[in-house]
Design a protein around this ligand. Structure first.
Ligand code: ZN
Ligand code: ZN
Ligand code: ZN
Length: 381
């Protein structure tokens, strides 16, 4: 997959907004309210600054989308998202009044009153904005968009899959190159900087994380990269990703500096087998939790169950963490077009960790990996 994909069109965005409004109606909501951030980018292509000035997309079933926007940003909004009706407000006026005007019509009693109704709100909306609305419309209820419409962005279309595949291929290319750099005697942060440079070199516009967790640091799944000097004999967890063409990559491989010992090899083999089983469990109609169970069973049977301390995976799209989650209790079915990570790990406190992660998409025939770089433990220098 090479070249820059065709940009999404106003028609693409209009179709997404219509789908979101319809899904809101189906979920019993009067609409959804979208703040600047990934939901707004996905729905409109508009990426305004996230500031104290209220910008809010209002989508309501059966109505045209409207964007509440600060007057000084209206020209940019009109250019980025020409299909939107703009409701601009100027400094010194009350933006919540402008928004309330759009929401107030939610009053199902038919009164021209300005209260009532229930709206989904994008998770990253600022509290001050939601509180402002709540204050203006005290009888209006709000629910997190992830709670109300968790699968809104979960099923990717062909154009999105193409971008995700390109991001995955770029991350794989970065991994192939990082295996050739020197690890022993260098700080984690230095290898992390190499990784970030490689992701950019292979077309990422944004690097979100470059975890380099060596030796005992690998036992902490949240360790990013620190001052520790990598030594010969270390296991090193590498987990890196970001955005290419607006879509995410996220992959992990665990390498060893020099020859591993028997237990390091064994734990790596177990995690690799668990990852394999997790991917094998991916098929339309299976529950998300089945993927977690399949991967976890391998680790538990090998006696390391208590050291696999996180869920097996998360969705990926215009963000690198989003629904669906491959976790016990998530019974929603897998649907062709969904994309998510399968990333089991084993973390031995004070010693080392192993994690192997691929992005997988659901096809009619089962799971297809978007990361195809070597999963065998690489020996680095
Ligand atoms: Zn070792
Ligand atoms: Zn990751
Ligand atoms: Zn991940």
């Amino acid at each position: 997959m090479t070249g820059t994909p065709e940009p999404f069109t106003a028609d693409d965005y209009t179709a997404r907004m219509r789908r979101a409004a319809r899904a809101a109606g189906d979920a019993g909501l009067d609409g959804v309210l979208i703040a600047p951030g990934p939901d707004l980018v996905w729905l409109t292509g508009y990426r305004p600054p996230e500031t104290e000035r209220l910008t809010l997309l209002v989508l309501r079933p059966g109505e045209d989308p409207a964007l509440v926007v600060p007057a000084l940003e209206a020209p940019d909004a009109a250019k980025a998202a020409p299909m939107l009706a703009l409701r601009d407000w100027t400094d010194g006026t009350d933006p919540y009044e402008t928004a309330a005007d759009l929401l107030g019509r939610a009053d199902r009693t038919g009164r021209t009153g300005r209260s009532g109704g229930r709206f989904g709100v994008s998770d990253n909306a600022w509290a001050m904005h939601l509180l402002g609305l709540q204050n203006r419309l005290p009888d209006t209820a709000y629910v997190s968009l992830t709670e109300a419409l968790p699968m809104l962005r979960a099923v990717k279309d062909a154009a999105e899959l193409q971008r995700l595949a390109a991001a995955g291929a770029a991350a794989d290319a970065a991994y192939e190159e990082i295996r050739e750099v020197r690890f022993a005697g260098r700080r984690e942060t230095e290898v992390a900087a190499d990784l970030a440079g490689l992701l950019r070199q292979f077309g990422h516009s944004q690097v979100d994380f470059t975890i380099v967790a060596s030796g005992p640091n690998g036992a902490n799944p949240h360790h990013e990269a620190g001052d520790r000097v990598i030594e010969r004999g270390d296991m090193v967890v590498l987990d890196f990703g970001g955005l290419k063409h607006g879509y995410g990559s996220d992959t992990s491989r665990t390498v060893h500096v020099g020859e591993p010992d028997a237990e390091e090899r064994r734990v790596h083999d177990i995690v690799r087998a668990a990852q394999e089983e997790g991917v094998r469990a991916v098929r339309p109609g299976a529950a998300c939790q089945d993927v977690d169970r399949a991967a976890r069973a391998v680790i538990t049977e090998a006696g390391y169950g208590e050291y696999f301390i996180h869920r097996t995976g998360h969705g990926i799209g215009v963000t690198t963490h989003e629904p669906p989650y491959m976790v016990e209790g998530e019974e929603r079915p897998l649907v062709p077009g969904m994309c998510f990570s399968v990333e089991p790990g084993v973390y031995l406190p004070g010693r080392f960790g192993v994690r192997i992660e691929d992005i997988v998409t659901v096809t009619e025939d089962g799971g297809r990996r978007l990361n195809t770089s070597e999963r065998e433990m690489a020996i680095v220098e």
